[in-house]
Write a protein that binds this ligand. Structure first.
Ligand code: NAD
Ligand code: TYD
Length: 347
């Protein structure tokens, strides 16, 4: 491959994927297509922006004529598609943006990729998706690649829809595709609307820590760079038309995770033990809140040899240190309307 298009590269996971690919594959031209919504930030890529094999393109995947022209111009051999509206709470208050970007945007990319090549040999469209398409688990069991889709939020329904469209293009037109469905990521560069960076930012400012419902919902947490490593592996070694589940085998209830965070933050900020936990505030539950997500990642382990490389305590420590030593980044992304939006939404 000579040219790979990565969409959503200015966002949380995309920025780690871009960094990995730009550094690891100096002979491949890596293009980053991103609209720079509230969640996209070029600060996430400042260390690689001047590399000769990296090009940033500002643009909207919903704009079909723009996408068609871009593909006609550059003839991308591979696409790794991460651009999306990604936050469940925003999908509840405003679902249409999710329908446009996640469904129409994905279809636009597929159409443009399909129109680029007569012969798909050596080409690939990689769609990055979420475990939330499988719905919600009870106390037992894990999501496997054959778990029936049962999305519950506008976000997960829009991702499920795009997964189906990607598979339909493979089945109908012979498009070479792979899909991965990953559990909750944590790590540097995550926009502080998601649980961990939101809590870190609020602890810093001595603000309330909003726990939805009873805090008993469970998520399976994976360090973002381990997800990027998995994407690299699936991109080169994954079987055409297949799906791979990616997860951390690392389940936490929200309340236990936030207590763990509070203890670490007290230590790192030199505060008395139990100071931050006093900020915990139970708030009205998220509408339709999925109880539990947990991934069976044995397929990617057995077939491609992938496993998380970091223990959770290590990844968690690195993450907290990153946010504490990148206060400018936090202040930058939480300037503007951020505080108003969150105060109105949740508190
Ligand atoms: P993010 O919200 O941090 O970043 C999304 C990026 O997409 C941003 O840079 C944004 O500017 C860009 N974007 C949004 N709309 C666009 C549009 N119309 N055109 C072009 N660019 C646009 O998201 P993330 O957490 O990094 O997630 C990336 C992908 O991984 C998403 O597809 C998401 O569904 C999937 N995923 C996320 C997680 C997670 O825990 N965050 C887990 C599994 C899968
Ligand atoms: P989030 O980071 O939004 O990811 P997702 O909903 O995609 O799993 O939320 C993770 C969990 O934390 C989820 O169960 C909702 C809960 N949560 C809170 O309790 N308070 C908050 O302020 C946020 C943002 C999330």
């Amino acid at each position: 491959m000579k040219k790979i298009l990565i969409t959503g590269g200015a966002g949380f996971i995309g920025s780690h994927v871009i960094r990995l690919f730009v550094n690891k594959y100096p002979d491949i031209q890596i293009f980053n297509l991103d609209k720079l919504t509230y969640a996209g930030n070029l600060l996430n890529l400042s260390d690689i922006e001047s590399k000769p094999n990296y090009t940033f393109i500002k643009g909207d995947i919903v704009d079909a004529p723009f996408i068609d022209a871009l593909f006609a111009k550059h003839q991308f051999d591979g696409v790794i598609h991460l651009a999306a509206e990604s936050h469940v709470d925003r999908s509840i208050s405003g679902p249409m943006e999710f329908i446009f970007t996640n469904i129409i945007g994905t279809a636009n990319l597929l159409n443009a990729f399909k129109a680029t090549w007569k012969d798909f040999t050596g080409k690939l469209f990689y769609h990055v998706s979420t475990d939330e398409v499988y719905g919600s688990l009870g106390d037992e069991g894990l999501f496997t690649e054959t778990t029936p889709y049962d999305p519950k939020s506008p976000y997960s329904a829009s991702k499920a829809s795009s997964d189906h469209i990607v598979r339909a293009y493979c089945h109908t037109y012979g498009l070479p595709v792979v899909i991965s469905n990953c559990s909750n990521n944590y790590g540097p560069n995550q926009f502080p609307e998601k649980l961990l960076p939101l809590m870190i930012n609020n602890i810093r400012h001595n603000k309330a820590l909003p726990i939805y419902g009873k805090g008993e919902n469970v998520r399976d947490w994976l360090y973002v760079i381990d997800h990027a490593r998995a994407i690299d592996l699936v991109f080169w070694k994954g079987k055409m038309g297949e799906t791979y589940n990616i997860g951390g085998n690392n389940e936490w209830t929200n309340i236990d995770l936030v207590h763990k965070l509070c203890e670490i933050m007290d230590r790192k900020l030199g505060r008395e033990p139990a100071t931050s936990a006093k900020l915990i505030t139970y708030v009205t539950d998220r509408a339709g809140h999925d109880l539990r997500y947990a991934i069976d990642a044995s397929k990617i382990k057995n077939e491609l040899g992938w496993e998380p490389s970091l223990k959770f305590d290590e990844g968690f420590d690195i993450t907290v240190d990153w946010y504490l030593s990148n206060k400018e980044w936090l202040d930058n992304v939480t300037s503007g309307d951020y505080q108003k939006y969150y105060d109105e939404q949740y508190l």
